[in-house]
Design a protein around this ligand. Structure first.
Ligand code: HEC
Length: 161
């Protein structure tokens, strides 16, 4: 009889340990992102070295127009008299996160649409593709979970990402 004395407490303890491991499992045991019933792989982790490099490049090349805190021009939703747009924010309050990587990198490299009198300069001749990717990595690091997940999803479901 004595032999079974520990069975129940041991089973209970093991059960508790399993429950704790399940509840405390790291966030990085990442789940696929599912939007519109379309799953894509889990959101990739951002690269800290790239973010740091991107922050410096952003401060030098982008902050004058898009703001050091990525908040854009104060009245950015109102078009200017010449029909052009003011620099939008790159944080969650803007629409940068609505677009896939391919489109954002294209805009950064080639500038805005001249048809709209755009004041967004082309950086293709000034920054390397790797530098432009680092700036984008820095911008992504400023997004909340929902924006980041959506932008990853739209990137993963858009061809030519
Ligand atoms: C001289 C001002 C200016 C500078 C400097 C500038 N931008 Fe812009 N940017 C704009 C304006 C104005 C727009 C608004 C859209 C348009 O007119 O095409 C814009 C739009 C964008 C967009 C499109 C956002 C969206 O949601 O559609 C991206 C991405 C962008 N800029 C990234 C950058 C990055 C990265 C840098 C630095 C490497 C930079 N910009 C530097 C003025 C600037």
């Amino acid at each position: 009889m004595n032999r079974w004395r520990w069975l129940v407490p041991t089973a209970l303890l093991l059960g508790l340990a399993a429950a704790a491991m399940f509840l405390l499992r790291p966030e990085s045991a990442a789940k696929p992102v599912v939007i519109n019933d379309t799953p894509v792989p889990p959101v990739p982790t951002l690269d800290a070295a790239r973010i740091a490099r991107g922050a410096g490049l952003y401060a030098k090349n982008c902050a004058a127009c898009h703001g050091t805190e990525l908040r854009g021009a104060p009245d950015w939703k109102r078009p200017l008299p010449d029909g052009s747009l003011s620099p939008p924010p790159h944080d969650d309050s803007g629409h940068t996160w609505h677009h896939p990587d391919s489109l954002l990198l294209e805009i950064i490299a080639n500038g805005g649409d001249s048809v709209n009198n755009s004041k967004m300069p082309a950086f293709g001749g000034k920054l390397s593709p790797d530098e432009m990717r680092s700036i984008l990595e820095f911008i992504k690091s400023k997004w909340g979970k929902d924006s980041r997940e959506f932008q990853w999803w739209i990137t993963a479901t858009t061809s030519g990402q």
